[in-house]
Ligand binder design. Structure first.
Ligand code: HEC
Length: 213
């Protein structure tokens, strides 16, 4: 006799519920076993790492990354040494430098480099304010170039052209009365600029060892 519709549906539903419960149990067991196996592996690694054998089966390379191109290396390799090694081509003077300074630096360092609100840049050796400035504290002129090129403007470092950095260096050295406003600075002349504060420094030629402990 054909069953009534409502009863048939109830029978089918209970069958489905039973199958679903079995499926859920199977999933839970599989997950449980999986995580047990993982934990076991992990603790195995730990022991192996402690005994120093963990890397024996590793490949020599993982295949991540790529060799840096010459252009990528030279974009980062911009250090300038005290003797001028590393200075790029270009030339600058204080008059041009003042224009760049007013546009890109004065907002933070003041119109004359003395007012701030950020670091005071101008102040001669006999400056009585005790602020550390290019004039009374920096031992090498080439560092002024290096520092500006690498770090300033503070909010957009790396945005200045080499020409702008030569101009700014000339302006700041001139404002500190270290060079006159007509001096042209380039890779040949900048290392020759003598800084008044250099006499306050001694070369640190220690090589380590008991004498410095
Ligand atoms: C948004 C603000 C800002 C701008 C714009 C800015 N600077 Fe600076 N500058 C700073 C701050 C902040 C410091 C101190 C950084 C530190 O001590 O780490 C600083 C430090 C310096 C110093 C080192 C001072 C010292 O004796 O320690 C120089 C030189 C300098 N800036 C030059 C420039 C020049 C040149 C420009 C324009 C191209 C410029 N700055 C633009 C915020 C600024």
């Amino acid at each position: 006799m054909p069953c009534q519709k409502a009863i048939c549906r109830r029978v089918n539903m209970s069958k489905i519920r039973k199958q679903f419960t079995v499926f859920c149990c199977w999933c839970a067991l599989t997950l449980l076993c999986g995580s047990c196996r993982e934990n076991k592996n992990r603790s195995g690694d730990g022991v192996a790492a402690l005994s120093g054998t963990a890397t024996s089966g590793w490949p020599a390379r993982f295949g991540w990354g790529k060799p840096a191109t010459d252009a990528e290396i030279s974009a980062l390799d911009i250090d300038v040494r005290p003797d001028g090694k590393g200075l790029p081509a270009g030339v600058g003077n204080a008059v041009e430098g003042k224009t760049v300074y007013l546009q890109k630096c004065a907002a933070c360092h003041g119109l004359s480099g003395r007012e701030g609100p950020q670091a005071q840049l101008v102040g001669s050796v006999d400056d009585t304010t005790k602020a550390k400035t290019i004039g009374n504290y920096w031992p090498y002129a080439t560092t002024v170039f290096d520092y500006i090129r690498r770090t300033m403007p503070y909010n957009t470092p790396g945005s200045l052209t080499n020409e702008e950095v030569y101009n700014l260096t000339a302006f700041l050295l001139s404002a500190n009365k270290i060079i006159d406003s007509t001096t042209r600075l380039d890779a040949a002349t900048l290392p020759g600029v003598h800084m008044p504060a250099q006499k306050n420094f001694v070369p640190d030629d220690r090589h380590g060892g008991p004498e410095i402990r």
